[in-house]
Write a protein that binds this ligand. Structure first.
Ligand code: ADP
Ligand code: MG
Ligand code: MG
Length: 878
């Protein structure tokens, strides 16, 4: 009810710190004011008068008294701090007569008129709505006439002229003289501060930070102290530790002979706080003491506003300081070591989301050039590369030793090999859950998407970013953490986990009960995940292994095979490749479980698109129709080319027929997952064999591989029963062939509602469930993610039909209910059923809390998010 500022002023007063006396009008009054059509209620008017009388007694001054005037500040103060978003009026109580009194009383007329002109300007701006620049214009004009550069060099005389012009300005603008009655001034100022709760920048700030509009602001009426009374006076802001690094030691800035916002206004350059040790040594010592006292009292780093009036220090505000991720981690650990907070508190002090900044390579800010444009920060990390506009080109260039940035309008599953090859992805369309964003995050690859200022001109192999024309091969950098796009190669800093960070994560491990695994499809990711603390792999997608450039032709010949025998031939060639992959991954995760999902996506994802083929056929046909039209070569060269084109046409026709046959109206719900395994068992057999042969190899080397085979997209227990039998058969075969014993848990993904609802049946065939919450969200809502994002989801979120994007934050009420049902039913028939989650939600803190509450065994997320998940799991457990 007191608001953050009011509460901290009250608390500092109680702690005996030097705080100018005042009173707080609560947020409840703000509600009443707003309900009352923006007017003070009679009760409030009475109470304010009483409090002012009290303040007069305490200060020995009189509100409106010409000989010894009481001046006050009227300050906003919301329950959740919204720095600089609302309004404050200083020096209230001045008028044409009190200013004379103040001048006489302080024997400092310059100061009195300086205060008055500040007051008229603030009151004019905040209460009367007169544009700020009109006052500034007058001020600038007088400074020019007087030939002075800075405000504090203005003479008393000049300040008087400014005051006179200001008063005229107010009268012109409002058609009324400037209010001279201090009580009237006070009522207006209080109303204006209440009203500033609804000013546009405050409203936007609340939207961004999810602060409820209903909170309202308190108003602090506080007697003034003056930092503008000469060189032994001043004002400043300070942090009790460095808010960007967390280093110990007071950090901040101050100005002598200045008031209020002068320090942040940028008119004069403030001095580093350390210089106060020279300018005002005793005050500085006292100030350091207060900083220590406040830190100890609040047990956290404080952000402090203070003023010195003629050698006396006053505290005007304190609050917990905002800080960078690096500082948050260091401060949390330091405060534990200093005995101020417990480990649990330290863990809770660091927001898991903040850690993202620390886990990815980042743009070296010292070297950052001008930004060309800014898009959505879709996948953190920084990268530079040569611009290419096509996934095939990306793969080809990388093969030739180039580093590339894949720039597309948007991406589709067909671009996956290009995404994999590229150092980073930049798209002009699509939001935070667009294909590019999801895939890039999954791979831990930097991505900026939805960059409106990017237009691609494919025919010219060029694009425009902002105002810059960028051609294929030009170098561009992106910062996926902020969405910025730069021209040229901006240096990138590798992330390094500080000692404090490692300590904090150790404490997290002591607190959490959820295990944390990673989603990884290759040995490098597996090792990185392990280094970040992953306790296994929760999802190893095998399709990415099919997508590297050298394998695509083999995979295609498998798909295009006319008969089972032909298909088996292609699979024969894929087997050693897959076995090599599994060998590497299982080795990197030696001694830890690795859940391998058998092939999941529809097969046509591995083939060229229908459009592409039709276009190619049209070009070929056009040429064959009229082979001489554009051909001036010698005859045999022409014949050669004709033959080549004919051969390609035949190929294209076959491919086209196959792609047509595989074409699905709705591939997400089509021929994929275990449906592939049931119709083409030889594919799953090959994969199972590759897994078990790799396992055998590692066992023979004396290692401890722990594969777990996962069957995707099961909706009916019979699907799982048959696929399980297939995998077990292969396991027995390999075990006999190799003369070893093989134990491999077999389980399924729960990603369609029917599987969740019949989990009791499915659990009879599964040793584990892994909730594939990406698909489960699609199938539960009936949204196709790729379509939802671009078509209606943004509207839904904007109009608050949905409060969160369910692909980013697990929908606890719907999708979560299915998870809970499946967990319960599954464990009922198989008490030791292992439960995990492997959708993107596995790295998101709210979803992790849900998993903890439902007693899942583990969450699995992208390698870079493993530390985030460790901390979030600790938060959930505390
Ligand atoms: P904000 O919430 O924007 O920081 P404040 O209410 O804290 O606004 O006021 C801004 C500044 O005005 C303070 O940092 C301080 O310098 C000055 N100020 C406010 N109240 C007083 C006061 N009673 N005496 C002297 N200066 C004050
Ligand atoms: Mg302030
Ligand atoms: Mg799935």
């Amino acid at each position: 009810m007191l608001g953050g500022k009011g509460a901290s002023l009250a608390e500092m007063t109680r702690a005996g710190l030097p705080v100018p006396p005042g009173f707080v009008i609560t947020t409840r009054a703000c509600h009443a004011f707003r309900e009352h059509g923006g007017a003070l209620l009679p009760d409030m008017v009475d109470e304010i008068a009483q409090e002012i009388r009290k303040l007069e007694r305490v200060t020995g001054k009189g509100f409106g008294a010409a000989d010894n005037p009481l001046l006050v500040s009227v300050r906003s103060g919301a329950p959740i701090s919204m720095p600089g978003m609302m309004d404050t009026v200083l020096n209230l109580g001045l008028n044409d007569s009190t200013v004379v009194g103040l001048a006489k009383k302080t024997a400092n007329a310059r100061f009195a008129y300086d205060s008055y002109r500040r007051f008229i300007q603030m009151f004019g701006d905040v209460v009367l709505g007169i544009p700020h620049y009109k006052f500034e214009q007058i001020l600038t004009d007088v400074k020019q006439q007087e030939n002075v550069a800075v405000d504090q060099h203005l003479t008393e005389d000049a300040l008087q002229r400014i005051v006179a012009s200001y008063l005229d300005l107010v009268e012109q603008e409002t058609e009324r003289p400037f209010p001279q009655d201090p009580i009237e001034q006070l009522h207006h100022a209080i109303g204006a501060v209440f009203g500033s709760w609804d000013n546009p920048r405050a409203v936007v700030y609340r939207q961004i930070h999810n602060i409820p509009d209903t909170l309202g602001t308190a108003v602090n009426v506080q007697s003034m102290v003056f930092g503008n009374m000469g060189e032994d006076s001043g004002t400043g802001v300070a942090f009790t530790r460095n808010p960007s690094t967390g280093e110990r030691g007071v950090f901040g800035e101050y100005l002598t002979n200045a008031q209020g916002e002068d320090v942040v206004a940028g008119i004069r350059t403030p001095k580093p706080i350390a210089e106060m040790a020279r300018d005002l040594p005793e005050i500085y010592e006292q100030f350091l003491g207060v900083c220590r006292q406040l830190e100890e009292h609040y047990r956290d780093v404080q952000d402090i506003e203070f003023t010195v009036e003629q050698g006396t220090l006053y505290m005007l505000q304190t609050r917990s300081a905002k800080r960078t991720a690096q500082a948050a981690v260091k401060i949390a650990v330091d405060l534990v070591n200093e005995g101020l907070i417990t480990r649990e508190t330290a863990l809770l002090r660091v927001d898991p989301d903040q850690l993202v900044q620390l886990l990815h390579p980042a743009i070296d800010e010292r070297a950052a050039t001008t930004t060309l444009a800014t898009g959505l920060p879709a996948s953190p990390g920084a990268a530079w590369g040569r611009v290419v506009f096509d996934a095939d080109d990306a793969a080809q260039w990388v093969k030739n030793g180039e580093q590339v940035l894949l720039v597309r309008t948007e991406t589709t599953p067909e671009d996956i090999h290009g995404i994999q090859a590229a150092a980073g992805i930049l798209t002009s369309r699509g939001g935070m859950t667009s294909h590019a964003a999801v895939v890039a995050r999954g791979m831990g690859k930097p991505c900026v998407c939805g960059c409106d200022a990017l237009t691609i001109d494919p025919s010219n192999r060029a694009c425009v970013i902002g105002h810059q024309v960028v051609k294929e091969g030009d170098i561009v950098s992106i910062d996926g953490a902020t969405g910025r796009v730069f021209l040229g190669a901006v240096p990138v800093r590798e992330p390094e986990l500080s000692e404090e960070f490692k300590t904090l994560l150790q404490w997290a491990d002591e607190s959490r009960t959820l295990n944390v695994r990673a989603n990884a499809d290759n040995p490098e990711d597996a090792s990185r995940a392990r280094a970040f603390g992953a306790e296994g792999i929760g999802l190893c997608r095998t399709e990415h292994m099919f997508m590297s450039a050298d394998r695509v032709p083999v995979v295609q010949s498998m798909i295009l095979a006319g008969s089972t025998a032909e298909r088996e031939q292609a699979l024969e060639r894929l087997l050693p490749m897959q076995q090599g992959d599994f060998y590497g991954i299982l080795k990197a995760m030696d001694g830890l479980p690795v859940t391998i999902r058998l092939l999941d996506p529809p097969l046509h994802e591995f083939l060229p698109s229908l459009e592409e083929l039709i276009a190619r056929r049209a070009t070929l046909l056009a040429y064959l129709d009229n082979p001489t039209a554009s051909d001036s070569d010698a005859d045999d060269a022409r014949v050669q080319r004709l033959n080549a084109e004919l051969a390609e046409l035949a190929e294209v026709e076959t491919l086209l027929a196959k792609v047509r046959a595989l074409h699905e109206l709705n591939p997400m719900l089509g021929h994929r997952g275990c449906r592939l395994g049931l119709t083409f068992p030889e594919i799953y057999e090959m994969q199972a064999r590759a897994i078990f042969q790799a396992t055998a190899q590692l066992l023979q080397e004396g290692l401890h591989p722990m594969p777990e085979v996962m069957i995707p997209l099961v909706g009916h227990v019979e699907e799982l029963r048959r696929m399980r039998a297939l995998v077990e058969r292969v396991a027995r075969q390999v075990a006999t062939e190799q003369g070893i014993e093989l134990h491999c848990p077999i389980g399924t993904m729960i990603e369609v509602p029917r599987a969740a609802l019949t989990a009791n049946e499915i659990a009879t065939e599964a040793e584990f469930f892994s909730f594939g919450t990406n698909d489960l969200t699609q199938t539960t809502f009936g949204y196709s993610r790729d379509d939802a994002e671009g078509k209606f989801l943004q509207t839904y979120l904007h109009e608050k039909v949905l409060l969160e994007n369910p692909f980013a934050v697990l929908d606890v009420d719907g999708v979560g209910a299915l998870v809970a049902i499946a967990a319960e039913k599954g464990r009922h028939v198989r008490p030791n059923l292992k439960l995990g989650i492997c959708g993107e939600h596995g790295g998101e803190k709210h979803s992790i809390a849900f998993c903890h509450d439902n007693q899942l065994n583990y969450v699995s997320c992208s390698p870079f998010r493993v530390p985030i998940a460790r901390l979030a799991a600790a938060h959930a457990a505390i």
